[in-house]
Every structure is written in structure tokens, then in C-alpha cells.
Design a protein around this ligand. Structure first.
Ligand code: SF4
Length: 145
């Protein structure tokens, strides 16, 4: 099946610090599935590298306090378009990210602490009935040995 994947998990250098976060368990799924890398923050028009941002209430703010909520919402909409275009029922997302986080996200204090919640793109995809799997749940979900 076609599966959208947070680009950084596939080795793309799309993170705020310009570094990848390659996940070999996720990449092993390529033997049986079409993995499509996507970075909602880049799709929202943000630069790479960029200032880190975290969710705070309904908004997303950079460490210096700039409101980047619009870019995050745009990136989420673009990712949804791709999910529909490729008929993806499942997406695999990077944990803790203000865009891709699923179940846990950084808490808005830029101290590395996490709290319950979802990233903006994750939220949008879930609202449209798409199953979002956090990277640490991939092994269980796909019953990998
Ligand atoms: Fe990775 Fe998602 Fe952050 Fe892009 S927005 S760098 S895909 S976690």
C-alpha cells in the first residue's frame, strides 16, 4: 500500500536543524510498501534549517516567539492533499514534532519535555479518517519480527 512517511524518518535532511532522523525499521517497510516521504513544515513554506517551534495552545510559535501557525496549517493541508492523491489510509509520523507528533508532543517550553497531544499535520490527517502511526509503534502495527 501507499504510505506517507515523515521525510526525516526516511533520511531526508528536512528537520529544523537540517539533519535527518533515519529510522531503519520504517525503511524496512519499503520491501512491501510504497513509502512516500513528506515534510509538512517544508510544504508549509518554512526554510531548512529553521528556528525550532513548538505548539502552545492552538498556535505554533518559534523559540523567539514568532507565530508560525499559518505555515503549520498550510503544511498540514498540503500533506492531506498528498494522502488523498495517493489514497493513503495509513501514515507514519515522527514522534514529538509540532507537525508530525502522534500522542506526545513537546510541551511548548523548549525544555525537551513532552506532553499529551498531536502535531498539527497529525491532527488534520486524523480528522479526515487517516490512521497515524508513531514511529515507535511501527514494529507492532506491521507485526515485524
Ligand atoms: Fe520530520 Fe515532520 Fe519535522 Fe518535517 S515536520 S522534519 S517530516 S518531524
Amino acid at each position: 500500500m501507499n504510505i506517507l512517511v515523515s521525510g526525516c524518518l526516511m533520511g531526508l535532511s528536512c528537520r529544523y536543524d537540517g539533519k535527518p532522523k533515519k529510522n531503519d525499521t520504517v525503511l524496512s517497510l519499503m520491501k512491501e510498501h510504497n513509502l512516500i516521504p513528506v515534510c509538512p513544515e517544508q510544504l508549509g513554506g518554512l526554510m531548512t534549517p529553521r528556528e525550532p517551534a513548538e505548539r502552545k495552545g492552538e498556535g505554533v510559535f518559534t523559540k523567539s516567539g514568532m507565530d508560525v501557525t499559518e505555515a503549520y496549517l498550510k503544511g498540514a493541508d498540503e500533506m492531506l492533499k498528498l494522502a488523498k492523491l495517493y489514497d493513503c489510509k495509513v501514515v507514519i509520523m515522527k514522534e514529538n514534532s509540532p507537525s508530525c507528533g502522534a500522542g506526545k508532543i513537546y510541551d511548548g517550553t523548549f525544555t525537551g519535555k513532552v506532553t499529551d497531544g498531536n502535531g498539527v499535520a497529525t491532527e488534520t490527517l486524523m480528522e479526515h479518517g487517516i490512521m497515524v502511526i508513531a514511529e515507535s509503534k511501527v514494529r507492532d502495527y506491521f507485526q515485524l519480527v
